[in-house]
Design a protein around this ligand. Structure first.
Ligand SMILES: [Zn+2]
Length: 202
């Protein structure tokens, strides 16, 4: 797993507009006890830890990855995956963190070829998505292509409000705006209620 280069502003201190750190006059808090992620070696149970990862310690993710790798190694995953992959499904979904492709259909790593973007769009000028489809069809020879939307999509909601989200996000959302403006009645009357609900941003 690659080393993360960014983190939440929370817990990382803040900066003035001039780029200088803000000096706090608060009494320094007692140094926190080392978490499991800071302990040398790998805790095999870390993968099953309760709660979210420690956002002040990106190393906790690396430790979780080591624990995951150790577990998967025991299942022969790396030996099998080193031979290549032959997924039968191309999944095109939203980047929303709540809809991870493999997990929600119960498939193991190696079984689903995945492309995700904001609001699960397939745009014929998007070379990224077009390349994924080309490779999936021509080389991997997938049997199925799933374009999966989801309830409460923030991308769709953002596209339906009268607000300039600034480039490049606004450019990306424009595709949905155009569809909504030009084809809403047709979509609402001919396609499934799920698409109708999604476009209404419910
Ligand atoms: Zn979404």
């Amino acid at each position: 797993m690659g080393r993360a280069m960014s983190g939440s502003a929370k817990g990382w201190g803040s900066r003035t507009d001039a780029g200088n750190p803000i000096i706090s006059d608060e009494t320094p808090k007692k140094k926190a006890q080392p978490t499991v992620s800071k302990v040398m070696g790998v805790d095999a149970d870390y993968w099953n830890r309760e709660g979210p990862w420690d956002e002040r310690d990106l190393g906790s993710l690396l430790n979780a990855n080591k624990a995951w790798a150790q577990r998967m190694k025991g299942q022969g995953f790396f030996e099998q995956s080193s031979k290549g992959h032959a997924p039968k499904i191309l999944w095109i979904g939203c980047s929303d963190a709540r809809v991870p492709a493999n997990e929600i259909i119960g498939e193991s790593p190696g079984n689903v070829f995945v492309h995700r973007n904001i609001a699960n769009q397939v745009v014929n000028t998007d070379f990224n998505c077009m390349s994924v489809i080309q490779y999936a069809v021509d080389v991997l020879q997938v049997k199925h292509i799933i374009v999966c939307g989801h309830y409460d999509c923030g991308g769709v909601k953002a596209a339906l409000v009268n607000m300039d989200h600034k480039s490049p996000l606004e450019n990306w959302l424009r595709n949905i705006r155009n569809i909504h403006q030009n084809y809403f009645e047709e979509l609402a009357s001919t396609l499934s209620v799920y698409i109708f609900v999604n476009f209404r941003g419910i």
